[in-house]
Design a protein around this ligand. Sequence first.
Ligand code: DNO
Ligand code: MN
Length: 355
Amino acid sequence: MQMTMRWFGPAEDKIPLEHIRQVPGVEGIVGALYDVPVGEVWPKDKIHALASQARDAGLKLEVIESVNIHDEIKIGSPGRDRYIANYQATIRNLAEIGIKVICYNFMPVFDWMKTDMNYVLPDGSLTMAFEKKDIDKSLEDVVKDVLDNSNGFALPGWEPERLAKVQELFAQYKDVDDDKLRENLVYFLKAIIPVCEEVGIKMAIHPDDPPYSIFGLPRVVKNRNDLDWLCNAVDSEANGITLCTGSIAEDPDNNVYDILAEFTRRKRIHFAHVRNIKIIKDKDFYESAHLSQYGSLDMFKVMKALHDNGFDGYIRPDHGRFIWGETGRPGYGLYDRALGVTYLLGLWEALEKQH
Ligand code: DNO
Ligand code: MN
């Protein structure tokens, strides 16, 4: 198991790598290039520069989150083959500098959705929340809320230039239902998984966040059966999962412990995002501190499901709250994520020593 923290690069992240290095137990960072437009090939020199920066700070760079997928691939338009060829080239370039796992998602139009980026908890800390009442507004209003409340940071998957044309994007997806999106995902995987196998990279799909349809968009990575379908559709270890406990648990019908156990056993979880959420009511929730007592998940059971089924991939705390006066990129402050690391490693040590 390798503990990591996500880092958004020198231009996009105000947390210095030297500080991440000081979080006990963190061996590597999870990085990405944010100045390459979605769909273009990631140039070797830029990836190399990022890896050297990590190395100079005493950290590894073996996981990328994310190489995002161009809408044309998700929609299945004729232009997709060019973007798929670019993706294959990016995989080869990443393998050359020692990347082992690529996280991605297959959510149409936008990445994760939260309705409140500065939700105040009783102890005064700030977190992100999702409340259904706020998503019943117009699409433009919801998008504007997210963009206006990101504390000035560019959010991956929420590129303002792309979302300025959100209605146009929706129109392009009008014939894409769940079946079509599945078909397009398999088309993509069939083209890239052989390349991954050849160069030793594992793909790790991030579940939909939230794991159900919003704004009528199709969603195909929501639950155990979706993950099972995905693993069978292209039956290769290189076709794997980023198991995000928070995202999966946002649907109270999902049994996150069983899902973790099953897919760890099947050797498909290459990367784990471990966070806790607190269900407020129905499907409304906020992202709580990592400790079991603050959320709806039993984090001991989460770590035990990974541990007892032989997890040996990469792991990171997921979003953290803003505490101790820190501000910045929503979900990605240093302090609360560092507390998350320490807590998760504490649980892991206890599990190791029990045996
Ligand atoms: C939020 C993250 C997601 C995740 C992508 C993976 O902070 O959990 O943005 O990185 O969905 O592709
Ligand atoms: Mn996640």
